[in-house]
Structure formats: structure tokens, C-alpha cells
Design a protein. Structure first.
Length: 269
């Protein structure tokens, strides 16, 4: 335990930018930060720019074309910044962050301070994800067992969904249905939610044996999603099928904390 504390106390994080080519996966650029980095998102308007968030509550903007960094640091969250996402809809260049300080914050990377702070959660905000359909709309998942929907044009919460009877660590929007989201929680379940009727989940997916850390909808299939968990597995699901669990991948030998699906290669995760 002392060893763990010692390494945690050192608290340095690395952003590794990797490239896949004929030789395999190679390190393109590496940046260091003086605290752990928890999440990363690519800019939607500049292929060289990305944003990270860290244990000291700050957001960092990096440029992979430069050897040193970061370009900018935003330090407003009072506790760990755990989630960061760049808006998906055309014409907007906004970033949303979620923090253990129970708030979400809205940022324009061209402005030196946050545009707005969203309060309402009564627990850690673990996940903040933009709608790929509705401009200015994002979802947040929290340790207070709720999924919340927000509109950047209005300060208050738009919708509160008591999605699980456990901490919710992850959420994502369906790429083909603007009303459909999925949540993943400490209760080992994935649940689908239709924003037009939140009394019951539209699907419940069971199979993980420990907390679900990340869930993502497929960019190519409306009913396909992938999840990863503290049970060391990555699982693929099709919620439209009678037996929705398609595959369980057990390559990892430790907690599986993150995953994403390629926008360019249908089979790549």
C-alpha cells in the first residue's frame, strides 16, 4: 500500500500521441504533465490539437505539431477534472469538462476562461459527452446515480434520469438516434435510455462482473456498442438481438479503463 501511495504521490501524467503505419503502432509525440491525466479529446477543427484533463483540476490544450506544450492551461475545477469532450455538431467549437467537484464546465478554446458552470449533481461527475445530433446539448453521468441532460443556452438541468442504483461511471449517445443514450455503472449493468420516456430503460445488458468503466456506441451500426470494465474484459453488444452479448475479449490482464471505436475502420477498437 505504501508503494502505491508513493507512486500516486509522484502524480505525473503523460500524453502519448501514437500513429499506426506499416511498422505497427509508433510513438509520434509525448508530452508530460505534473499530475495524472484522466481523459483526452481531439479537436474537431484542427487535426493537431487535443485537450486533456487532469488530477489537479486543470484542462490542457496541446498541439502535436509542437515539441513542447501545453499551449494553454485552464485551471478552474477545484477537484480532479475527470472527463473532457469536444463538441460534435457543425459550427460549434466547444469543450465540456466534468469534475469530482460535482460540476460540469463549458469552454471555448479561444477564450481564456470557462463560459459557464453547470451545477446540480450531488456526486462526482465521471462522464460528460456531447450529443452528436443536437447543438449545445450534452449528457453527464455521476456518482449520484443520475444521468443528466443539459442545454448550454439554459443554466439549469434539462432532464434528470435516475438511471441506476449505483454510481454511473460512463455514458454515450447513439450516433443514429438523437433520443437514445447508454449508461454503464458500478452495478455491472448497461442501460439504454429513450429521452422521450425515461420511466423504464429500453434495454438492460448484463454480463460484466465488475464496474463498467467506459461504454461507446458504434459509429457504423445503430444497435451495436462496446464496453470495458474492471473485470479486465471488453464486451461487444447488439441490443436488438435476443442474446445481445456478441463477444467477450479477455486480452487485458488488468483493469480495462477506456476504449473507443474507430471512425475510419469498421472493425477497429
Amino acid at each position: 500500500c505504501d508503494g502505491l501511495f508513493y507512486f500516486a504521490g509522484l502524480g505525473c501524467g503523460t500524453l502519448a500521441v501514437l500513429e499506426q503505419n506499416e511498422a505497427g503502432i509508433v510513438l509520434l509525440r509525448s508530452f508530460d504533465w505534473n499530475d495524472g491525466l484522466f481523459d483526452v479529446t481531439w479537436s474537431e477543427n484542427n487535426e493537431h490539437v487535443l485537450v486533456t484533463c487532469s488530477g489537479d483540476g486543470s484542462l490542457q490544450i496541446w498541439d502535436t505539431a509542437k515539441t513542447k506544450g501545453p499551449l494553454q492551461v485552464y485551471k478552474e475545477h477545484t477537484l480532479e477534472a475527470y472527463s473532457v469532450d469536444w463538441s460534435q455538431t457543425r459550427g460549434e467549437h466547444l469543450v465540456v469538462s466534468g469534475s469530482w467537484d460535482q460540476t460540469a464546465k463549458l469552454w471555448d478554446p479561444a477564450v481564456g476562461k470557462s463560459l459557464c458552470t453547470f451545477k446540480g449533481h450531488e456526486g462526482v461527475v465521471y462522464s460528460t459527452i456531447w450529443s452528436p445530433h443536437i447543438p449545445g446539448c450534452f449528457a453527464s453521468a455521476s456518482g449520484d446515480q443520475t444521468l443528466r441532460i443539459w442545454d448550454v443556452k439554459t443554466p439549469g438541468v434539462k432532464l434528470v434520469i435516475p438511471a441506476h442504483q449505483a454510481e454511473i461511471l460512463s455514458c454515450d449517445w447513439c450516433k443514429y438516434d438523437e433520443n437514445l443514450l447508454v449508461t454503464g455503472a458500478v452495478d455491472c449493468s448497461l442501460k439504454g435510455w429513450d429521452l422521450r420516456n425515461i420511466r423504464q430503460p429500453v434495454f438492460v445488458l448484463l454480463g460484466h462482473t465488475y464496474a463498467i468503466r467506459r461504454v461507446k456506441f458504434s459509429p457504423f451500426h445503430a444497435t451495436l456498442l462496446a464496453s470495458c470494465s474492471y473485470d479486465f474484459t471488453v464486451r461487444f453488444w447488439d441490443f436488438s438481438k435476443p442474446n445481445p452479448l456478441l463477444e467477450t475479449v479477455e486480452h487485458h490482464t488488468e483493469f480495462t479503463c477506456g476504449l473507443d471505436l474507430s471512425l475510419h475502420n469498421r472493425g477497429q477498437v
